[in-house]
Design a protein around this ligand. Structure first.
Ligand code: NAD
Length: 464
């Protein structure tokens, strides 16, 4: 059984687990497309057959409702795995390229090669989707994989450690549980590829440690994802969509609406409608559960420090580590709510005079993982798409850019590098090997072999 559990500091087994995976990879077993397909189908089964246990673990770790557990962790991982199982045969095919005249005769193609043994370090907020999801791309690409779930969601981590060996090839896929020290010990093994999901600061440390081994990295990081609400937005729908997506998983989502930039002419209407929506969606709830005391303390301190008007909520309950859904209007731009990623159920709303001000605001800050816009106007939409840089963009809704296999998901600059989902995950975990084959006869290069005559030079100038 290739599981090391649950060790926060005991790292003694790590080299032998990695050595075992290396040995398996060297046999070529994981390159076989039928093997990849079987692993992907098994991964889909792992999440669908254990829906109840997964929902229970998510409830224990995060206080998540079963519907949200299914939508965000189970359905998304299952559809990624199913899509990859269906398409992996097509994805692995050589991509032939037409050569320039000077390169003829010859044939050229891209050969997709697995990197080898891949390390996936997951985050706690969607522990299954953000650990097993990247594994889909890694397995589709024919790699052996070590999964390191987050220790901050221990029930989910333990469940993955229990289930993965039951469904997947134990000689090629291992779960190693533990904290940051375990992650660092793993990175020190010198993996062939690493995918990390987590905060930007830890991402920096991971990148530095990986550089020691020149391990290529995919960094899925965080940041403050803005929502621009233009004067012509459908305010009733915008309010519902923003309130819903801010409160899923208590706002602990990397692509949650972090703050709003709202045109002054619709600000009050939007605040009122978000307040009404929250009252309806959260009727009977005592507050949103925060993952742990550290994060609860960070959020309540940010709220206590605000210079904005608390228009909705504002309360918290330390005994249950719960925070009321909260809306803060016009906080100071240099206070924690506006400088740090919120990752909780608090929504700051910044009033702007016009679209120019909103675009300038976003572009004057670190490039976000997601940028959102509510508008009915095509011209406004096109301007924001062209002028705002972000990992991804969604117009008139939120979050759904994560749940399609048709688009790459990833950040830019401080919100990350590299991307995955669908074919993009396969590509991310594959080395694109360039292959050029040439016949030996006729040996046309004879025309330019040394000694270099003027005639050969003239010909070479024409050709190249
Ligand atoms: P985190 O950075 O605290 O931890 C992520 C992982 O890193 C965990 O598995 C943890 O054990 C490990 N880790 C901790 N210290 C480490 C170290 N020194 N070296 C190596 N690994 C270490 O992140 P988190 O709190 O789990 O998640 C929240 C952050 O992640 C937010 O910023 C959020 O925006 C971001 N996030 C990004 C995405 C995305 O897809 N881009 C998804 C979810 C979360």
């Amino acid at each position: 059984m290739t599981t090391v559990a649950p060790a926060s500091t005991d790292t003694s087994d790590i080299p032998s687990v990695v050595a075992k995976l290396r040995k398996t990879f060297a046999t070529g077993r994981t390159r076989d497309v039928a093997w990849r397909k079987r692993q992907l189908e098994a991964l889909e089964k792992l999440v669908t057959e254990n829906e109840g246990a997964i929902a229970e673990a998510l409830e224990k770790d995060l206080g998540r409702k079963p519907f949200e557990a299914w939508l965000a962790d189970i359905a998304s991982t299952a559809s990624e795995a199913a899509d990859a199982a269906k398409n992996v045969g097509k994805w692995t095919k050589r991509k032939h390229r037409l050569l320039e005249k000077a390169q003829l005769p010859g044939r050229a193609w891209i050969e997709y090669e697995p990197f080898g043994v891949v390390l996936v370090i997951g985050a706690w907020n969607f522990p299954f989707a953000l650990t097993l999801g990247p594994a889909v791309g890694a397995l589709a690409a024919g790699n052996a994989v070590v999964l390191k779930p987050s220790e901050v969601s221990p029930a989910s981590s333990a469940l993955m450690a229990e289930l993965v060996p039951k469904y997947l090839d134990t000689d090629a896929v291992a779960v190693i549980e533990g904290d940051g020290a375990v992650s660092q010990e793993l990175i020190a093994q010198g993996f062939d590829k690493l995918c990390f999901t987590g905060g930007t600061e830890i991402g920096r440390k991971v990148y530095q440690a990986a550089a020691e081994h020149l391990t290529p990295v995919t960094l899925e990081l965080g940041g403050k994802s803005p929502v621009i609400v233009a004067a012509d937005a459908d305010i009733a729908v915008a309010a519902k969509r923003i309130a819903w997506t801010k409160l899923i998983n208590s706002g602990q989502i990397c692509i949650a609406p972090d703050y709003l930039l709202v045109d002054a002419s619709v600000r009050d209407e939007l605040v009122a409608k978000i307040g009404e929506t929250i009252a309806k969606f959260e009727a009977g709830s005592s507050g949103k559960k925060i993952v742990n005391e550290r994060h609860f303390g960070r959020l309540t301190a940010a709220l206590a420090a605000t210079k904005g008007d608390v228009a909705v909520g504002g309360g918290s309950n330390a005994a249950n580590i719960e925070i009321e859904p909260t809306v803060v209007v016009d906080p100071a731009l240099d206070e924690p709510l506006m400088t740090d990623e919120i990752f909780g159920p608090i929504l700051p709303i910044v009033t702007v005079k016009n679209l120019d001000e909103a675009i300038d605001f976003v572009n004057s800050r670190p490039k976000p993982l997601a940028a959102y816009l509510f508008t009915k106007s095509k011209a406004t939409r096109e301007r924001v798409i062209k002028e705002v840089t972000a990992g991804g963009m969604l117009v008139n809704h939120l979050l759904f850019q994560f749940s399609t296999t048709k688009l790459p998901f990833g950040g830019v600059g401080p919100s990350g590098m590299g991307s995955y989902h669908g074919r993009f995950g396969f590509e991310e975990f594959s080395h694109r090997k360039s292959v050029l084959t040439k016949p030996t006869r006729p040996d046309l290069t004879t025309m330019i072999y040394p000694p270099y005559t003027d005639k050969a030079w003239k010909l070479a100038r024409k050709l190249f």
